[in-house]
Each structure stands twice: as structure tokens, then as C-alpha cells.
Design a protein around this ligand. Structure first.
Ligand SMILES: NC(=O)c1ccc[n+]([C@@H]2O[C@H](COP(=O)([O-])OP(=O)(O)OC[C@H]3O[C@@H](n4cnc5c(N)ncnc54)[C@H](O)[C@@H]3O)[C@@H](O)[C@H]2O)c1
Length: 369
């Protein structure tokens, strides 16, 4: 299902449950502002390449808009729109005083050199700099972007507006970034998982996990789960997938991925079809890559008892109709959104809210089923 259709469908369901006024519902479905820009850069070989960039600002009623910037070949306006809307709901559910936005450029970052990525990021920033800012819209990393991308945005933005480190989150520590930001999303996944298991009288230790995606979010989640005694039995990324029923040695895999830019070729497990990773036998499934990966086609085959949604909208609404009311779906929350002004939030603050939200989402889910 198209990402925007899926997000709108879930929102309309929530609006009905809340008894939301229909005029308010309509206004919340339409984004505040949609920006589409052409970004042409010289490539390293001297030829020109053109990319399309988007920033969609969904809602600012609760504060400055906030959301990541994604570099991926599948970035399109509907997906960015859906992700911007999700940011509004996430900051609101977690009661963080921000709105929602999202951006992206349709490109394959793996095929661009570092200097090409820098030029692309700077051109994109030149085109949107008047419409972002610390009191209006604060970008962050997402798929295919990271601290280096945020540093380029900060630097380019500062040429127009003066030194403005708070214009992005997820920047390097040396440029004013928050300690712990790199791990924050993966740690949020851990906290939400602990809160859920707690409700069922269980702990991470001894549980079997499957994780799709081994980038920022997936690799941190895997590392922290491994440290708590959880067994990660299958993992995938864009380069391949592996399985080891005794538990994958996550520190060795991290080293391998750093040296080889992907899971492919890791010898600490059996290589499997990346498409099958979601249906591997486990207690907890963590999709931490793309949207819509749990859908009508594979929902019936999922063996996990619980799904923790680390990626944005990994579960298609049609999957919900396949009869998986015994699955408890949880979204980890955007605790990272707290660091917009480089504030540090304590682990207790995050845990308290993570647990609150996990309980309430679980209740809502059960009553819906
Ligand atoms: N980085 C953040 O702080 C953050 C915050 C909130 C949500 N998210 C969400 O988490 C998800 C992952 O983001 P990230 O920052 O870790 O991105 P990333 O670019 O660091 O990593 C993405 C990972 O997904 C893998 N991947 C891509 N296509 C795949 C496929 N078809 N099958 C299997 N794996 C595939 C990549 O190889 C990589 O390991 C996204 O949905 C993103 O929106 C990220």
C-alpha cells in the first residue's frame, strides 16, 4: 500500500477512536507546506547530475517542526508526506513540544562519492534554508544520512543565517551535538522492548530477536540487546542476511560491517535470503529499515510473538487485517526529538515516557482487535 494512503488510513482510524471533529481531521491530513526542489551538482567526472529533493512540513501547532532527511532511491513525495505526518503524531504522543516534518532526496548514496554527497547536501540546503530554522523546522538524520550530512547542512545554513548549530540535530559532538545521540534511536528501541517484556513478566535476556536493517538504528538496537543478554538469531541489510540459532556475535559483526560496508561475507552464521528474515522463528521481530515490509503477503507467515517497530511505518495496515491480533505492535517514540536545543534528557525521562506509551499503545491495540 502507498505510504501516504497507509498513514492516512491509520490516522482516520485514530480520529474515529478519539471522536475528532471532521474539520480538524481534514486540516490535519493536509500538510502545512510541501517543498520540492531541483538539485543539480557537478559529479567528480565533470558531468552534471540532477536530483529531486523534498521537505514536507506537516504541522507546527505544538512547536517547531522536526524530522529526518532521507537519502534513498525510493524517496518520493507521498513517502516524505507520510513520514512528516508520522513525526507530528510521534512528537504529540510522546508529549514533546515539536511538530512534524520530513525531507529526502531521491538518490542512491552508495553510488555517490563523499564529495558528491557534500555538494548535493549543500545545494539542497541552499534551496530550503529560508524555510527551515530553530524556531520553524529542525532537520535530523534518517536513512542514508548521518552526522556528516548534518554538519554540511549546519555549515551551509550558517553561511546565510550566522552560526546556527541548533538548526539540525544528530550533528557531530564537536559541532554541538548531543552525547548519546548516535545510539538514541536504538536505545529507544531497547527501552520500548524492555517495557513491553516487563508487562509480560519477561526480560531481554534469553529472548530470540530478528532484526531487519543494520544501519544506525538496527546496529545500535542489536548491540544493546546483545549486551542485555538477548539472542539476535537473524539479521539483514541491503547486502544480505544471516542466521545463527545460537545467537549472532554482534561485536564481531559490527567490526565486519565497518570493514566491508555490509553484512555480506560474515562467517558467523548461515547466509539466508534477505526476504525470509522477517518470517524467521523468533520471540521479537524488529524491522529497522524500510516502510511497508510487513504486509498482506507475509503477515500470515510471521512467527514472532511481538513486533517492535523501529523503522517508520514498517507495518502496512493491510497486515493488521490478516488476523494477527495476538501480535503487539509498539513504536519506540522519538525521544531523540528532545535534543533540538542540545538538551540532555535522562534515561529515566525516556524510560518513563517509553513505558507510558508502550502501555497505552498496547491497550489501544487490544481494544481495536
Ligand atoms: N537514524 C535515526 O535516528 C532514526 C530515527 C527514527 C527513525 N528512523 C528510522 O529507522 C529506519 C532505519 O534508519 P537508519 O537511520 O538506521 O538508516 P541507515 O541508513 O543508517 O540504515 C538503514 C539500514 O537498512 C538497510 N536496508 C536498506 N534497504 C534494505 C532492504 N531492502 N532490506 C534489508 N535492509 C535494508 C541498510 O543496508 C542499512 O543497514 C528508517 O525507517 C528510519 O526512518 C531512524
Amino acid at each position: 500500500m502507498n505510504a501516504l494512503v497507509a498513514t492516512n488510513r491509520n490516522f482516520k482510524l485514530a480520529a474515529r477512536l478519539l471522536g475528532l471533529d471532521s474539520k480538524l481531521e481534514k486540516s490535519l491530513l493536509i500538510p502545512f507546506r510541501e517543498i520540492k526542489v531541483e538539485c543539480t551538482i557537478p559529479k567528480d567526472d565533470g558531468t552534471l547530475a540532477t536530483f529531486v529533493g523534498f521537505r514536507i512540513q506537516h504541522d507546527n501547532a505544538r512547536g517547531p517542526m522536526k524530522g529526518g532527511i532521507r537519502y534513498h532511491p525510493e524517496v518520493d513525495p507521498d513517502e516524505v508526506n507520510a513520514l512528516a505526518q508520522l513525526m507530528t503524531w510521534k512528537t504529540a504522543v510522546a508529549n514533546i513540544p515539536y511538530g512534524g516534518a520530513k525531507g529526502g532526496i531521491g538518490c542512491n548514496p552508495g553510488e555517490l562519492s563523499k564529495s558528491e554527497l557534500e555538494r548535493l547536501t549543500r545545494v539542497f540546503t541552499q534551496k530550503i534554508h529560508d524555510l527551515i530554522g530553530i524556531h520553524t523546522d529542525v532537520p535530523a538524520p534518517d536513512m542514508g544520512t548521518g552526522p556528516q550530512t548534518m554538519a554540511w547542512i549546519l555549515d551551509e545554513y550558517s553561511k546565510f543565517h550566522g552560526h546556527s548549530p541548533a538548526v539540525v540535530t544528530g550533528k557531530p559532538i564537536d559541532l554541538g551535538g548531543s552525547l548519546g545521540r548516535d545510539a538514541a534511536t536504538g536505545r529507544g528501541v531497547l527501552f520500548a522492548t524492555e517495557a513491553l517484556l516487563n508487562e509480560h513478566g519477561k526480560s531481554i535476556s534469553g529472548q530470540k530477536f530478528v532484526i531487519q536493517g543494520f544501519g544506525n538504528v538496527g546496529s545500535w538496537a542489536a548491540q544493546l540487546i546483545h549486551e542485555k543478554g538477548g539472542k539476535v538469531v537473524a539479521l539483514s541489510d541491503i547486502t544480505g542476511a544471516i542466521k545463527n540459532s545460537n545467537g549472532i556475535d554482534i561485536p564481531s559483526l559490527l567490526k565486519h560491517v565497518k570493514e566491508n560496508k555490509g553484512i555480506k561475507g560474515f562467517h558467523g552464521g548461515d547466509s539466508i535470503d534477505p526476504k525470509s528474515v522477517l518470517v524467521e522463528d523468533c520471540d521479537i521481530l524488529i524491522p529497522a529499515a524500510l516502510g511497508g515490509v510487513i504486509n498482506r503477503e507475509n503477515a500470515n507467515e510471521i512467527k514472532a510473538k511481538f513486533i517492535i517497530e523501529a523503522a517508520n511505518h514498517p507495518t502496512d495496515p493491510e497486515a493488521d487485517e490478516v488476523g494477527h491480533c495476538d501480535l503487539k505492535l509498539h513504536n519506540y517514540n522519538k525521544m531523540k526529538a528532545c535534543n533540538v536545543f542540545s538538551l540532555y534528557k535522562s534515561a529515566d525521562f525516556v524510560k518513563e515516557r517509553s513505558h507510558y506509551t508502550a502501555r497505552h499503545l498496547c491497550k489501544l491495540w487490544r481494544s481495536h482487535c
